[in-house]
Design a protein around this ligand. Structure first.
Ligand code: PLP
Ligand code: ZN
Length: 413
């Protein structure tokens, strides 16, 4: 089966042949969407093929991905995705929502949602015979690329700000990538990595630049469809999907996934998509509030490093993910993010700050009446708390230290 037939620019709508471009639109720098061959796919017994698959990973959706089967069975590359969905009675009570699902993407091989994108980009890199894959990253995209590349013996080079949390830098190094720490912010690392990839001919994975990242990320929408929407009699109202937003590529990928499902006739209506940003890094939420598609850069300051972005690289599509689904954008305070880490922890889910941000948004949306008690909500947790232990320690009281004696123990109990 032909895997995809064209790209389309999200700004000027120009259509490009697969061999004509690698990254963004040459006219206006717009992000391009990968167009699937809907007509061919409609003739294929998709639902049966997917729902009877025994492959519990993103690769169960291979017919809907623009890459060929990458091989490397029984490696971490093949265990990305199909992350668990939880329902917690206590979390529902706390949030005042009758139907609340938590999807924990911290359970991916390198512990973040970014594995979905990196797995598909590495598959693409091998298809086009790339020798080196490079990315700029606040940490997770790099760790994911390094891990997926390691799984298939592919060379990877990662540019990250030198301020990235140590656990993320450790992952890069342990996975054997060449690590370049930039004495600057993520945006500067991004620009440098693009220049380097052009000069040295490296294949560039950058978020909001390489069209295959959103294709990998859309698999989360397919999973939400299968795990929550498909034949779920409990789901009477339209689902609301909450997700944290930095560059805006995860939310764009989710939107693309739901659009693919609709184009194939597998769902009638897209869920509402709600993007959540930190007040300190809210370029897209600002544009949503103003009702404009012009996204002004901010000077980002938030403890949620994975969503700390001055100029979102996939801002336009990210904005449309909300405006075209009757969704919304919400801003939350860093303190609300820390509270969300603690609340999720109490039901056994450990999230990094950007991972818990969506749940902070859920609570905010309920309090302000954006969603009501009967509205079904799925909250994406995008990264594991082990990624940033310093931030986690700010979310909870310190442990007590005592002398090793029963007397000392009894004093504090
Ligand atoms: C990258 C990332 C995000 C945000 O994704 P964008 O595509 O940049 O919007 C959110 N949470 C975590 C844990 C991430 O690593
Ligand atoms: Zn264009």
């Amino acid at each position: 089966m032909k895997k995809f037939h064209a790209y389309q620019c999200s700004i000027c709508q120009t259509i490009y042949e697969p061999q004509d471009i690698f990254y963004t639109c040459p006219h206006d720098g717009g992000n391009v969407d990968v167009l699937l061959d809907d007509e061919t796919l409609k003739k294929f017994p998709l639902v049966d093929h997917i729902t009877s698959s025994r492959d519990f990973s993103i690769w169960r959706y291979l017919p809907l991905l623009p890459v060929l089967d990458p091989g490397f069975e029984t490696t971490p590359l093949r265990s990305v995705g199909w992350t668990p969905v939880y329902e917690s009675h206590r979390l529902s009570q706390q949030s005042g929502l009758q139907q609340l699902w938590i999807k924990d993407d911290g359970r991916n091989p390198t512990a973040s949602f970014k594995d979905r994108a990196s797995a598909v980009v590495v598959a693409r890199a091998r298809e086009i015979g790339a020798e080196v894959v490079v990315t700029a990253s606040t940490g997770n995209a790099g760790a994911a690329l390094a891990g997926m590349a390691a799984a298939c013996g592919q060379k990877a080079i990662i540019f990250a700000p030198k301020t990235a949390p140590p656990a993320k830098i450790a992952q890069l190094l342990v996975f054997g990538a060449q690590v370049i720490l930039v004495d600057g912010n993520y945006d500067q690392a991004f620009d440098l990595s693009v220049q380097a990839s052009q000069e040295f001919g490296w294949y560039c994975r950058n978020t909001g630049y390489n069209p295959f990242t959103a294709e990998g990320k859309k698999t989360a929408a397919f999973e939400i469809w299968e795990q929550v929407m498909f034949e779920n009699d409990d789901l009477k109202e339209r689902l609301n999907v909450f997700v944290s937003v930095g560059d805006g590529n995860i939310i764009s990928g989710l939107h693309k996934g739901f659009k693919d499902l609709k184009a194939l006739g597998l769902i009638d209506e897209l869920p509402r998509i709600v993007g959540v940003q930190s007040e300190g890094s809210s370029a897209i939420a600002n544009a949503f509030e103003k009702g404009t598609e012009t996204i002004e850069p901010v000077h980002a300051t938030t403890l949620a490093d994975s969503i700390s972005v001055d100029l979102p690289r996939d801002g336009l599509r990210a904005l449309r993910a909300a405006t075209q689904t009757e969704g919304a954008y919400i801003k939350v305070k860093d303190q609300d993010i820390l509270n969300a880490i603690a609340a999720l922890g109490k039901v056994g889910v450990f999230a990094e700050p950007a991972g818990a941000t969506a749940y902070a948004g859920v609570l905010h949306a309920k309090q302000t009446g954006l969603i009501g008690a009967h509205d079904p909500v799925l909250c994406m947790i995008t990264g594991s708390g082990l990624k940033d232990v310093n931030a986690a320690m700010k979310a909870v009281p310190q442990a007590q230290i005592i002398e090793p004696s029963m007397a000392a123990l009894k004093k504090i109990l």
